[in-house]
Design a protein around this ligand. Structure first.
Ligand SMILES: NC(=O)c1ccc[n+]([C@@H]2O[C@H](COP(=O)([O-])OP(=O)(O)OC[C@H]3O[C@@H](n4cnc5c(N)ncnc54)[C@H](OP(=O)(O)O)[C@@H]3O)[C@@H](O)[C@H]2O)c1
Length: 247
């Protein structure tokens, strides 16, 4: 087991990619904190993990709230004593025209996709640095690297997270912390189906892979970045995108 004895906090683990990452981490021996706003889905994920013999805890948090972010970090450290792996996965997948984006939407997307990873990392990186060991994995997107017409705000928040990945690699790498990102292409999740609908399959049909990705394909990459095998990787952006960024 590649994460035996490790503790992990996975944001947005009540659904889609985050849930898959949590399940793969548990499979590899980690104790995992599942977090999101939806208590029912969170408890269901924890229950499924426990039934399969794993160890997980759900902590409810709205990452658009600064108070919730601080409280989540404290509760997570109280639950397991330390957090070895932080996955900044929670995100609002917004697809829409710039001129039709109201201020409340703008603020929610920036808060969830950019501000929350910033402050959660600020809260948890110091205890990793003290032990001179830790892994931080940011989930970005291919939209951070290309100018898609319906992804101006979404792509910009993830481009900011992409830059944070590199800045944090520089800031925390000397303290023994590996900071990296995964940039997924289209992956079939509840969030992607809601925001993209039929466009999910249309976009996927143009990829070298000619199909939509599975959450487990992102999760296995996250496992690699969280494992000791990735110990010399700092500030990398790993596209798991069916080849979209190659064309
Ligand atoms: N699926 C794709 O095609 C795709 C492609 C590229 C990148 N991504 C990225 O992958 C990540 C996961 O996306 P997904 O496709 O798995 O989407 P999803 O099915 O919608 O899951 C999103 C997760 O984020 C959580 N979340 C959203 N807003 C939150 C908030 N304010 N506070 C706390 N948790 C919040 C949700 O939990 P609650 O609802 O319980 O709060 C949920 O667990 C996102 O960062 C997304 O940008 C996805």
């Amino acid at each position: 087991m590649r994460l035996q004895g490790k503790t992990a906090l996975v944001t947005g683990a009540t659904s889609g990619i985050g849930q898959a990452i949590a399940q793969v981490f548990v499979r590899e021996g980690a104790q995992v904190i599942i977090t999101g706003r939806n208590k029912e889905r969170g408890q269901a994920v924890v229950e499924a993990i426990r039934l399969a013999g794993g160890s997980a805890v759900f902590i409810a948090a709205n990452l658009a709230s600064q108070r919730d972010i601080e409280s989540l970090a404290v509760q997570a450290l109280n639950a397991f004593g330390r957090i070895d792996i932080l996955v900044n996965n929670a995100g609002l997948l917004l697809s829409g025209a710039t001129g039709q984006t109201d201020e409340a939407t703008f603020d929610a997307v920036v808060a969830t996709n950019f501000k929350a990873p910033f402050y959660l990392t600020a809260a948890l990186a110091p205890q990793m640095a003290e032990r001179r060991a830790g892994k931080i994995i940011n989930i970005t997107t291919i939209s951070a690297h290309r100018g898609f017409p319906t992804a101006s705000l979404y792509g910009a928040t993830k481009a900011a997270l992409t830059l944070l990945t590199k800045a944090w690699a520089s800031e925390f790498g000397p303290n023994g912390i590996n900071v990296n990102a995964i940039a997924p292409g289209p992956v079939r999740t509840p969030g992607a189906e809601e925001s993209m609908g039929e466009r999910l399959d249309q976009v996927a049909s143009m990829l070298p892979a000619r199909r939509v990705g599975f959450p487990s394909e992102i999760a296995e990459a996250a496992l690699y970045l969280a494992s000791e095998e990735a110990s010399f990787i700092h500030g990398a952006i790993l596209p798991i995108d069916g080849g979209r960024l190659a064309i």
